[in-house]
Design a protein. Structure first.
Length: 446
């Protein structure tokens, strides 16, 4: 099933980013900031009551923008509304109902999407009566929250979950390996798709049950069936023409949600942009397999290619396990490497490692490089094993989960990769509290 997208919409300074950060820091499915990714991320993967959501931030919306920048922001918000499964309409309790809120409400009513009205900055019980004023907007029942002080967030998210339509099961949820070609506009997604379809004599058919009227392409390769899901190259043209880059990002998020392995296509003539890094960060956060395809490689002068490769590897240092294939979709160069590599990554993603082997590897890693002390305390890892319910996920039982430093987590991840592979697959390490009686067989005396 696709992960629903929930957009946060509202005028400037009502606390949209604060709300996104609150949701991202609490009950988050995959934690946190990835070194090397841009800091102005506009989405968060949130897990609430067992339901995973992609929550998307948007800029402050002006119904009548007076500058070109404001116009672009408005276009981005319109794109978010068009692609969202539900919308959180955020307003400010301190300001009360103002004309801009009424204008935004009028526009949202035409979107034919579930709207949850959230009244932010209700920082104390005394301000609760201000929430009732927002009934005048004629929307759903207003929910008072304080994103900053973490008030009312449970009520808000319960309302969001209740508003979401049932997620359809599409043909892409069969047992086939699912790939998605994702990336910014004009990087060559359609050309790559057409090249793959032509080379592999694929059957293209409509996918029943999807909500976005998409087309999926079934490729038969080496006696295997691989499904290309919901990519810009095979989707019908959307109705929203404005905010192209942002619209492409949201479309990419939806495609990634459905796939097993994402083929992230970038344009060699433009290097790696912030938008490319946004998409790469999302692929990693949701634990999908990833391949970086550097398109239009034939246009890069020979004397610049080595420097280009080094620069790309440096920018992707936070995901050094990512295979990089240099291609020319137009000329067909490097294309035959894509499907074999994607299949290998799919197999890596399904890999199961015996608990005894995981435990022994982590024990040796701790012996070679013990965790650093935090004051008088030191992290002790008592047991390690691969989670049975989540792909490429390892659970480590420790005495104090809060002592796990990012650098030591990365060290353990690298050791797991050295021992077991997982090429092209993000690993998730979960540190949980061990039983009170500590088994110190992994402990190293200081």
């Amino acid at each position: 099933m696709s992960r629903p997208i929930v957009a946060i919409v509202g005028r400037t300074n009502v606390g949209k980013s604060t709300l996104l950060n609150r949701l991202a820091g609490r009950r988050l499915a995959v934690v946190a900031d990835l070194p090397g990714t841009t800091r102005d991320r506009v989405f968060a993967v949130v897990s609430w009551q067992g339901q995973e959501l992609t929550v998307v931030d948007s800029g402050g919306w002006q119904t009548k923008p007076s500058t070109s920048l404001a116009q672009k922001v408005k276009q981005q918000v319109e794109a978010a509304i068009a692609q969202a499964d539900a919308i959180i309409f955020l307003v400010d309790a301190r300001d009360g109902v103002i004309a801009a809120d009424r204008e935004i409400a009028d526009v949202l009513r035409t979107a034919d999407k579930p709207i949850i009205l959230a009244v932010n900055k209700v920082d104390s019980a005394k301000q609760t009566n201000q929430v009732a004023d927002f009934y005048h907007l004629g929307m759903s029942e207003p929910i008072g929250i304080s994103a900053h002080h973490n008030r009312g967030i449970d009520d808000l998210m319960n309302a969001v979950l209740a508003s979401l339509p049932p997620q359809p099961i599409s043909i892409a949820d069969s047992g086939q390996t699912k790939l998605a070609i994702v990336g910014r506009p004009n990087v060559g997604k359609s050309t790559l798709l057409n090249t793959l379809l032509g080379d592999e004599r694929a059957i293209v058919h409509e996918t029943p049950g999807t909500t976005r009227d998409s087309l999926d392409a079934l490729i038969r390769w080496d006696d295997k069936e691989i499904l290309l899901v919901d990519t810009a190259g095979i989707k019908r043209r959307g109705r929203v023409d404005a905010g192209v880059d942002y619209y492409s990002l949201l479309r990419s998020l939806q495609a990634i949600n459905r796939c097993d392995v994402a083929l992230l296509l970038i344009d060699a003539s433009e290097f790696i942009t912030a938008q490319d890094m946004h998409i790469a960060g999302y692929i990693i956060e949701v634990g999908k397999g990833i391949i970086l395809l550097v398109n239009k490689w034939d246009l890069v002068p020979q004397e610049q290619k080595e420097g280009f490769k080094q620069s790309v590897e440096q920018r992707l240092k936070f995901a050094s396990y990512t295979p990089i294939i240099h291609i020319s979709a137009k000329r067909g160069q490097g294309i035959k490497r894509i499907l074999p590599q994607a299949w290998k990554i799919w197999q890596e993603r399904q890999k199961r490692v015996p608990q005894s082997e995981v435990n022994e590897l982590v024990k040796q890693a701790v012996s070679t490089h013990p965790p650093p002390r935090a004051g008088s305390r030191r992290l002790h890892i008592t047991r390690a094993y691969q989670d049975e319910s989540q792909l490429a996920t390892f659970v480590l039982k420790v005495n104090y989960p809060q002592l796990v430093h990012f650098s030591y987590q990365r060290y353990l991840e690298n050791k797991l990769r050295q021992g077991f592979g997982f090429r092209g697959v993000p690993l998730k390490l979960i540190f949980t509290k061990a039983a009170r009686k500590i088994n110190k067989k992994m402990e190293v005396k200081a």
